[in-house]
Design a binder for this molecule. Structure first.
Ligand code: PMP
Length: 361
């Protein structure tokens, strides 16, 4: 067979994204919703898909959905851009604001996709690690670094993945004031928290917010996310986005979810209550440290994390995310908040494994 020449330099040593999915009875590893969409949403979608012109391209900007999202957030359509999941929009940030000679400031441990996109686009990565006791951002250090003027993109994940912790709005404000870099506040889990940075959009052209339909709105299986930003910033993204990245079916699903959003409130509330119950139960377990969380997942630190993770999977068919191999996260596991029954199963399995470990010593 004839050889192909080698791919771009940026790909050397890179590994494809791996969600570390495994078949299991209790799937608590990917921060999905444990519930499918409400029947009313499903019925409305099926009704509309029946008469869809599959032979026609979709509206490139998904304008009906943009308008619906804008009204929901008290903004204008010009403040909204829809993408093929938050992941597509995260990539677009690096096409529009990154590249060679440009820099990303990020606060690890955090979501790995930012750094991957930086590497793919030859954007330099500047890391200021979070404080390891409470995972807060060292805002003084961040502002000092921003003062040098060479940072183009800042990402603050709020609540942060995988720690679950929040950065207060005063800190976000200080970072926005310290620089004219594009500051992304990634609120993929924002619906489970008490605060959103969206109220600062009027004051800061350099603020951009990411939301997704994958978590609180139970739609990880279709790919839909959106930016809230100022029109000047949104316009730049219109230049780099793939023209038809949001397909017609996803647009319909998005419109029906937004129209029926009141039907999701109860699920969000149950998740918040269950999250707090999980935190309370985990904090009772000996040798386990559990961190506060405002997301739909909880991070814990424990001895023998790797072994506990594999025993939960192999002996109990409970799959959680093993993040213990990542920088700053030795001994840590991340568990998604499931249904009350799933959470009970996880707690019982973990308690049994910790008892076994204690008895072996
Ligand atoms: N941001 C964060 C912090 C996430 O955890 C995720 C999903 N894992 C995303 C963005 C992207 O989500 P999606 O592509 O499903 O919209």
């Amino acid at each position: 067979m004839k050889n192909v020449r080698r791919s771009a330099d940026a790909l050397v040593g890179m590994l494809p994204y791996d969600p570390k999915y495994k078949k299991s009875n209790t799937l608590l590893s990917a921060n999905e919703s444990p519930l499918n969409v409400p029947d009313a949403v499903l019925d409305a979608v099926l009704e509309r898909v029946r008469t869809l012109d599959f032979n026609r391209y979709p509206d490139p900007l998904a304008n009906a959905l943009r308008v619906a999202i804008a009204e929901w957030h008290g903004l204008k359509a010009a403040n909204v851009l829809v993408g093929n999941g938050g992941d597509e929009l995260l990539y677009d940030i690096f096409v529009a604001w990154g590249g060679p000679e440009r820099s990303l400031l990020t606060f690890p441990p955090t979501f790995s996709v930012y750094e991957t996109n930086a590497v793919l686009t030859s954007t330099q990565v500047v890391n200021i690690p979070r404080r390891e006791d409470d995972w807060s951002i060292d805002v003084d250090r961040a502002c000092e670094r921003l003062a040098t003027g060479d940072i183009d993109i800042v990402v603050i994940t709020n609540p942060n993945n995988p720690t679950g912790t929040m950065t207060p709005l005063e800190d976000i404000r200080r970072i926005l004031d310290a620089s004219d870099a594009l500051v992304l506040v990634d609120e993929a889990y924002g619906e489970f928290a008490d605060e959103s940075a969206a109220k600062l959009l009027d004051e800061y052209e350099n603020l951009l917010i990411l939301h997704t339909f994958s978590k609180a709105y139970r739609c990880a299986g279709i790919r839909l996310g959106y930016f809230l930003g100022n029109p000047s910033v949104i316009n730049e993204f219109k230049k780099v986005r793939q023209p038809y990245s949001v397909d017609a079916i996803s647009q319909i699903v998005g419109e029906e979810v937004v129209r029926n959003r009141a039907l999701f409130t109860e699920g969000i509330e149950v998740t918040r209550v269950e999250r707090d119950r999980l935190i309370a139960a985990l904090s009772e377990l000996p040798k386990v440290t559990v961190y506060p969380s405002e997301a739909n997942f909880v991070m814990l630190k424990l001895p023998f994390a790797m072994r506990t993770w594999s025993d939960l999977d192999e002996k109990h068919s409970v799959l959680v995310r093993n993040v213990s191999g990542e920088n700053h996260l030795a001994g840590c596991l991340r568990v998604t908040v499931g249904t009350p029954e799933e959470n009970d199963r996880f707690l019982a399995a973990l308690t049994e494994e910790l008892d076994d470990l204690a008895n072996q010593r």
